[in-house]
Design a protein around this ligand. Structure first.
Ligand code: ZN
Length: 433
């Protein structure tokens, strides 16, 4: 072994391989490698085998100093010379360089880590490595699926969150398609993602889980969807049901939005524009009242005085605030007083949207108050929804639900990444004085 190829082997870092040649080809670095020769025994008869020929197979490896690397592996083929043995010839194999994959094992792992942990777009990884989109996606699936399927990923869950997310936005061809995510609220991980948001979808998932697992779920938090409430029926009848505070507050915000849009349209005859008073008050109204300073509040009320002649938007804003008030206290008895005030206020209002909000609150009163009794927090669902959004942005709209689920679970599903890669020691720079 010459010195130069010795250096190349150290940099290659694939034990059992030797570098025959390293050349530059355009922007690429091309390394021709083969396995270190050893005595080969015929797997058929156990006799000594002989070398037959070599077949070059190409792999894409991790970039080296910013350049894409192509490995040309001259794969040895062996032959059994013994006449009584009918094995003939066979080709050597190595785990680091899989037969079906165009990527070296470590390049495939890197693809999975980048797409999974960092939610990087598959197309970006494909460009970086100089391979096709599906080559990277195949590698993500090959490395990632066992991690996601690992039964140790999801242990016992005491607080389960069930939440609707949008999978595909509506197009000319189809309506909005929804998915349901199932979340471990204590561990803050996404357990699973299933297509659909109907009662039967969730029921089917629950039925697929072991009865003992379902039994250990003590609290279930959902948004204010009757379909989810209905789905909990048999399998989770024992669990305390909580209406997720994040979604309760959102129902209040939605009511405000509806009233603002309607009043905007009836008073001005068009959708909100920059200079319209209701449009200008929009951001201030969505903010929590306690986060508005006095000038902010004055500005908002002034815009409402101009753009809201019947005080309908003002009413919706107050109703929204009355919903938020429920969560200003941790005390269950106080919360009960606050929700009843909110319900009563909404139900006696003349604005239909506000009355409807009151009916929703009344229907979910027990579940809303259960939050204060159990302390099931709204943080996890909200944070995990942001992670899901990040994956969706990287995917530019998923067509394939299987890939969508895989990438969400890799990013937010509590996968044990340490099983894939030993940690890299970090370099520390001297601190400037
Ligand atoms: Zn043989």
């Amino acid at each position: 072994m010459g010195d130069a190829t010795g250096v190349a082997e150290v940099m290659l870092g694939l034990p059992g391989f030797q570098v025959l040649e390293a050349v530059e080809a355009g922007a690429e670095l091309v390394l021709t490698v083969e396995t270190v020769p050893t005595a080969i025994v015929c797997p058929g008869c156990g006799g000594a085998a002989v070398s037959h020929d070599r077949a070059p197979v190409e792999y894409r490896d991790l970039p080296c100093f910013g350049r894409p690397v192509r490995l040309v592996w001259r794969k040895r083929r062996h032959r059994c010379p013994h006449g009584h043995c009918d094995l003939g010839t066979w080709t050597e194999t190595r785990d680091e360089l899989a037969t079906r994959c165009l990527l070296t094992r470590r390049a495939a792992v890197e693809c999975c880590v980048q797409v999974g942990v960092n939610a990087r777009p598959v197309s970006q990884m494909a460009r970086e490595l100089g391979v096709a989109w599906h080559t990277v996606m195949d590698a993500v699936a090959e490395i990632g699926e066992p991690l996601v399927d690992d039964p140790r990923r999801v242990g016992d869950v005491s607080m389960l969150g069930i939440d609707e997310t949008t999978w595909l936005s509506a197009t000319r061809q189809h309506r909005t398609r929804y998915a349901t995510s199932l979340v471990d609220l204590a561990a803050r991980v996404v357990i699973d993602v299933i297509p659909g948001n109907a009662s039967a979808d969730v029921q089917g998932w629950l039925e697929a889980q072991p009865a003992a697992w379902c039994h250990r779920v003590a609290v279930v938090a959902t948004d204010l969807a009757e379909s989810y409430r209905h789905a909990l029926g048999e399998r989770l009848a024992h669990a305390i049901r909580v209406a997720d505070p994040f979604h309760v507050v959102r129902v209040g915000n939605r009511c405000l939005d509806q009233v603002r849009r309607r009043v905007q349209n009836t008073t001005l005859g068009h959708r909100g524009r920059k200079a319209d008073p209701l449009y200008r008050a929009r951001k201030l109204m969505v903010k929590g009242a306690e986060r508005l300073d006095e000038p902010g509040l004055d500005r908002m009320l002034l815009q409402l005085r101009i753009g809201d002649p019947e005080d309908e938007v003002l009413g919706a804003w107050l109703a929204k605030e009355s919903v938020r008030d429920i969560y200003l206290t941790d005390n269950p008895a106080d919360a009960e007083i606050l929700i009843d005030k909110a319900i009563q206020g909404c139900r006696t209002d003349v604005v239909p949207e506000i009355r409807s909000l009151g009916r929703t609150l009344a229907r979910w009163r027990t579940e809303i108050l259960a939050h204060h009794l159990t302390g099931a927090s709204n943080g996890p669902t909200e944070a995990l929804n942001l992670l899901i959004k990040k994956v969706k942005r990287a995917g530019h709209g998923f067509r394939n639900f299987h890939n969508y689920r895989l990438r969400i679970l890799l990013h937010a599903g509590g996968v044990a990444w340490t099983s894939l890669k030993p940690p890299t020691p970090s370099l520390r720079a001297h601190r400037p004085r």
